[in-house]
Design a protein around this ligand. Sequence first.
Ligand code: ADP
Length: 399
Amino acid sequence: MKILVINAGSSSLKYQLFDTADGSVLAKGLCERIGIPGGHVKHTPAGRDTFEEDYKMDSHADGIRRVIELMTTGDTAVIGSMSEIDAVGHRVLHGGAEFSGSVLVTPEVKEAIKRCIPLGPLHNPANLTGILACEEAMGDIPQVAVFDTAFHQTMPDYAYMYAIPYEYYEKYQIRRYGFHGTSHRYVSAKAAEFLGKDIKDLKIVTCHLGNGSSIAAVDGGKCVDTSMGLTPLEGLPMGTRSGNLDPAILEFVMKNEGISDISEMLNILNKKSGMLGISGVSSDFRDLFAARDAGNERAKLALSCFTYSIRKFIGSYAAAMGGLDVVVFTAGVGENNAGIRADSVKGLEFMGVKIDDAKNNTRGTVDVTGEGSRVKVLVIPTDEEFVIASDTEEIVKAL
Ligand code: ADP
């Protein structure tokens, strides 16, 4: 099947066209500045140069129509016509407690995505816009929604509950949901496959470390805990996000800095904190390593805070599962940064976790387990778009 995978943002739209017969990507690209001046489209047909143009888009549907033109005509074409596309798969950020798996988009599903807007106010409206844009531009082609939260729906209540008045859970569904679920699901399954084991027999901690980072405890193939919460702000300190902190800090900072607007405070926690906040250098881990190596003490401190937090999560999730068989590293930092991996498991030798420095310095899907380590340590590149295409194919095939 040919499946178009869409990740729609408020003014952007990323896409990949998959041929699921061999899992190949036929084309991928990006529409930027939709609905605002300076519209721009980038389209890369597999094995050919990237085509770029300034292109005004009043709506996401304009973007989709242009992408389809590029995919079907001239030098940028990869298919003969739109009718060759069998289905569209969408990344949707927040499925609340409504979705524990991927679903075919129906009027009821669209309503449910709308109901989750208060939980994902930045992303869900954009994700829904992407779905409506495909309806407008592509007619009644089957569409599937794949939720970032779905994989974490198996968490037990004591893992997802916050210790605040219960009525807030009842009235507003305030609880831990977790994110990057598609990635945690994919890499935990791949880990079992790589080791030639049944995932039902494994206790896995998956570390998705990118600009945004989260860790999940996957016991027998099911998520039992994860570090992100109601929103992606909780958990590890990230590129620009604070992660966990004492909630009383908000009032303290607001009073002392004369901040009267809570949204300004949250903007500081989301955009000016984390690695950027501590180091004052950058949110990008490559810059942080360069600064640390040049003697910058705050960059060193930021990186130490990051790996210390990862180590604590691995330890606590081993406790939560009553054991640990595999640690998986994935995403931009987890896949590419050997130093972060090594520092994250340093000190966990007592739990049987050891990394091999030579193996750790390689790339791709690799077993970096150290000699005598009881726990396997793996690096597995994530591929959320591929999972969205596979889920979409499975659902559409069953129609
Ligand atoms: P996102 O959360 O936006 O999907 P990514 O998973 O792409 O982010 O991760 C981005 C981070 O990965 C950046 O901080 C970047 O420094 C880091 N990164 C990407 N490639 C490399 C690399 N080759 N070496 C070290 N770090 C890398």
